[in-house]
Design a protein. Sequence first.
Length: 467
Amino acid sequence: MTTILIVDDEKEICKALKGILSDEGYRVVTAHTPEEASVALTTENPNLLLLDVWFGKGSWDGVYFLDRIQLSHPSIPIIMISGHATLSLAVSALQKGAYDFLEKPINVNRLLLSVKRALEFRQIRSHLVSHQNAASSLWPLPMDARLKKLAMLDARILLIGEKGTGKTRLAKHLHQLSPKHESPLLVASSTMLNGMDDHTFFGSQLSGKIEKLGFFEHAQGGTVVLRNVHRLNLERQRTLSELFESGTITRLGGDRPVPLNVRFIATALPHILGCSVQPLPRPDSVTPLPEHTIWPQDMDRSFYDRMTLTYFHLDALRHNIPNISLWAKALLQELAQEQDVPTPQLSDDALLYLKTFSWPGNVAQLHCILKRILLDGSGPIIDVHHLPQELITQDTRHLMRALSLPKNIYSLPLKQARACFEISYVKAQIAASEGSVTKAAEIIGMERSALHRKIKMLSRQLHDPPL
């Protein structure tokens, strides 16, 4: 339920406003002093704030409190109210970030309209990604040259991959690389678009005057990321297909189309490509779909063809083991910055555990685990004992024991001790490469045939069977 916080030292005003807004289905909380309001902001998590300008002598004025709220709760829209309003005061409040300014006695219709629009504004703003947030979640992996080239164009791109592979993160990174990087970035889920009323989706105007901008107009000149387009209902698919074709949108009540200068990047799960018919391409490929690919029956053909014209496939984390260390380093830096703590380092053993885990939740699961470790206070080094039990499986324990060096290594001759280390190192790289000697050879920096000869030689020195 939507919560509205009313802050006014006049209890009768609070009571009257609470009655009006409660009748409209809102949950209403009141506060009579800035101190009470500060507590309510933390405990009640309001979606909107009605703030009086004047609290009486010896107390903060509302405009000063507005400044404080803008710093501590920037996502909450604020409607200022006053019985002693002046034009300069209203202008000052709006310049400082207030959404609207209402004079007492408050007109009920004006109040309800302002509340409705402020909440709609909050919903849209919550999907607009700030430049700082977009830049702080950059893509840590090497970028394919063709994808870099596409980032500079206005072409639509479909990013496909399993859940949690970082599709939205890559979409934000493409926006940062594009000429539109200083323009708005709007991230919208298919679930949200499916449930959005036409008034919010298309916008509206009356007698030539704009009442409400369309949803995508808030990203004018920038980029829209459509998450999980395979979940869009047919009505929204057809609307978007027409939008892709015309490059315009017509507001409700409007008599002419509005040009839409927006670049669309979409994400979807792999089944959108009809994978049972056509195998997925290499992870670094950007290529049109084969003509004989069968599209899902719950998708509009026109929308499907336009959306899948150019696509990029993201590999699952378990299929690209070397990327785990890159992701872990980037995520630790990001999380440490969020929590304002020094960036910890992963020990070699902890990193090996990460590389031998299957990661069914991909990058999203890695992010959650590292965040949990930091919140628990790992210190400067994250070691094996900091890892959650879900990573320490029985198979992993057996593997780590097999990779451990013999306890008497320091009493062995140098040649044999070196052989112990080298065979353990090679085993670790093969394990991290899911048993692929070819991948392990690439990581080690040897030819595959040379690595095979090395394994046989080390096995003879240690009297072990070859790997």
